[in-house]
Design a protein around this ligand. Sequence first.
Ligand SMILES: [Zn+2]
Length: 210
Amino acid sequence: MYSKELRVRIFPVALGKVIYHASTSPNVEVAGLLLGKETRGIVEVWDAVTGPQEGHAGYVKLNEEVMAIVAEKLMTLGLDIYIVGWYHSHPGYGLFLSAIDVRTQLAYQALYSKSIALLIDPSKFIEHGDITDVAFKVFRVDGKLGVIEVPSSIGMDRKKVLESTLAALKGLNIDNSFLLQESPLMFDRAKKALVDVGKKIFRREVVSKK
Ligand SMILES: [Zn+2]
């Protein structure tokens, strides 16, 4: 059967914002959108944004208008990036796609075939404060194979970049729940604040069957 490798790169600002968001909510799931673009067959995640959502222990749902608002803002700002997937947290109970998550992921893949689902568990990081304790994985759903895990890890050389990113985000004093309401998108604001670390790419090249 024909299969194609999919590679993903997550930039430090994007991963830092996901960690930041997830780590401020130790008991309730949080979710948001991943923004980026596909370049030469590689899905790059440049930014993560979020908006109003309904979070519980075991389930989270972004309000339906969030995706439309984000898409419109991206067009208005003339940024050459788009929604490449979503992130959500599983605080303390492991990284996997639930049945509901699979349905959500399939909806994203219907909109953009290379959409990814980023799962994060911030519980150990919250407990110990060590950035290398952040657990995260990328998943996709294959029509025949089901949920495909994209294995990865945070290397020690990424530690400094992520710590700088988190420190800068804390310095911005933003309200996690409504990053989207920052104007312009956090992408620009974070980019300015993180110009020193933003150039370094947190690179995670992963292989997955299309
Ligand atoms: Zn989930």
